[in-house]
Design a protein around this ligand. Sequence first.
Ligand SMILES: C[S@@+](CC[C@H](N)C(=O)[O-])C[C@H]1O[C@@H](n2cnc3c(N)ncnc32)[C@H](O)[C@@H]1O
Length: 220
Amino acid sequence: MGNSKGWEWEKVNANQARWQMPTEDGVYYAQKWSGAGRKDVLDLGAGLGRHSIWFAKQGLQVSALDISAYAIQHLNEWAEREQLTIRTAVGDMLELPYPDSSFDCVFVYHAISHADTEGVKQVIREIERVLRPGGELYTSICSKESLDFVESGFPKIDANTLLYTEDGPDKDVPHFYADVDDILELFQHFKIEKIRHVDYVYINGHKQDSKYYYLNAYRK
Ligand SMILES: C[S@@+](CC[C@H](N)C(=O)[O-])C[C@H]1O[C@@H](n2cnc3c(N)ncnc32)[C@H](O)[C@@H]1O
């Protein structure tokens, strides 16, 4: 298991606006979870906090963790401006600073893949530990069908993981890629409800060739 490295958010100043609006999935899960009477939600790898803020606005009790101190400071200031209470922590998703069975739901958007294979397995064990029985996980995982995985030429640090070496916020950050069989094995202790495979053709007006799996599953 390699050392964890988060995003250097300082490098994305010009693009921060897109990271401050919740994704469609974030909006949907906030509605699903608050409607179902779920209360305690962990936003893992929360980044600047676009989902944490949205979840808190829907009345959920939100904890947010990210390894980037810059991101968490941004989130704290944003929450203060909105007069929302969000429990934040700078920390590593491989070693969560929460007791067992702390959360009804865990939301991990474009973050679980930032570890090598052993690291991803460890994060999943940690998620299972902090979820209450019957608690729900929603996460995205990079797909092995993404062009990056097939032909980027980034160094492979294990069979599923590339180390991004291009300059940018995620330089030197591991990216773990999976297929359906990998996902079924990784989440074998969960009850899987749905797996989607999404092909992003355009993002922000730019042609893309990135693919992700989206999974929702319950702790048994
Ligand atoms: C692509 S960003 C997504 C941020 C947020 N989930 C969102 O959708 O706006 C990935 C985030 O994962 C964080 N991250 C990467 N490795 C981490 C680790 N080991 N522990 C905690 N956070 C980590 C990064 O710092 C970054 O903020």
